[in-house]
Design a protein around this ligand. Sequence first.
Ligand code: SF4
Length: 494
Amino acid sequence: MLLPSPNNLSGLFPEIDCDKLHEACGVLGIYCTDPQKDAASLVYYGLFSLQHRGQESAGIAAVQPSPGSGGKNEHTIECRRGMGLVGDVFNGEILSQLKSSAALGHVRYSTAGSSSIENAQPFVSHFKLGSIAVAHNGTLTNADVVRELLEDAGVGFTSSSDREVIIHLIAKNDKKGLEKALTDTIKFIKGSYALVVLTGDALVGARDPNGIRPLCLGKIDSGNGEKSGGWVLTSESCAIDAVGGSFVRDIEPGELVIIRENEVFSFTFSEKTRRAVCAFEYVYFARPDSVIDSVDVYGSRVRAGGILGRESAVKADLVIGVPDSGIPAAIGYGRATATPFGLGIVKSKYVGRTFIAPSQIMRERAVSVKYNVIESEVRGKRVVIIDDSIVRGTTSRRLVLILKTAGAREVHIRVCSPPVRFPCYFGIDTPHRKDLISNMNNASELCMSLGADSLAFISVEGLLESLDGDGTYCLGCFTGEYPIPVPGEKPSTP
Ligand code: SF4
């Protein structure tokens, strides 16, 4: 049997998660001060806990002694990248080749640049002053302009990714020394970024002046109670836990940190900072065991469910959550409305973002492959189903259908994010405006189209309340007002 060529697979791989927005990337850098520790292995373990942030490619870059340096303490950076999940890309042999005191890892979901090995991260480059590796989460809003300027100056690009723009900017400035080159580059780029850079002797982290994408600092215990055994810079605190470290703090918007030996140096590179963390990190992207900018993700989801219960309760016999991120909100809704909570939907953990569907009928059944109903739990009941978001509506429509087919008497949808009506420009893959079902329909039209008995979304105020603090957030995809100027879009009010 002839298999389709790798370039012609699109019809066979429906996006079964197309009803969700997708996170762009996860970054993880580790700098070990304890010579017994291997940073590359720790990064490998930590990347598993960031896998939810990107499943298209994975990579690890590690500092290695320069061949022929003759013990002069010169370094280079080796990198291994591949398409697929962390567990598919790395094995024991590769990790033993990367053994190192400092390493940088990345998992990717493509937003800017195509899905290909050329765009996988980290990116490594070798300059006169040494080698560097760069890993980035976010989207540069001025990448095209900078790319054009660099191309006019004779720079050749090998990929379509924003990250290569960053590398070439650093290279252009490298006569000033690596640290000055880094700060000058960071001042030049615009958009959302959580950036981690590995050099021969330092690990550097930077967060954009609005802090749209998360980045935090952790410490690895040395075991002797005095000095740290190493440092961690990563997108989410769950990765610090995974490598046996302890959370130290979030990197502030507009902050640059340089980790060298046992010291963490901090600089503010932007005078104009205004925190606008992506609210969707709490709704859906981040893992529930992470804490971002002092707000624990699980707690925010439970609170959102409670607020939904207060704003739009309905008489019901059972509340269930769409796995995984709808479950904490269903617990919160159940507590707030005294509705029994149950597990009415099971999710297959082994279906990736895409799967082979050899026929049209199978493509249409994609959602059923991912979700199934526990019939005995829902039969004859009035069911409230809590989801984190509705983007295109395909999953919600199918879930209503399978719940009703399983005998649910009524199905009421409650959503713990406001309607997604606008695109994201800051590192999140959003469908075209016309494919955002809430942009094209009001709630009652949408309810009818999904076949539900009722439908309600949390309000913007309710979402902010669930984040439980005096923090300020990006709400662009709900309100159409953005914290960074976007041509043709409204700015958010300070
Ligand atoms: S527009 Fe803002 S809130 Fe929406 S996904 Fe993008 S960064 Fe997050």
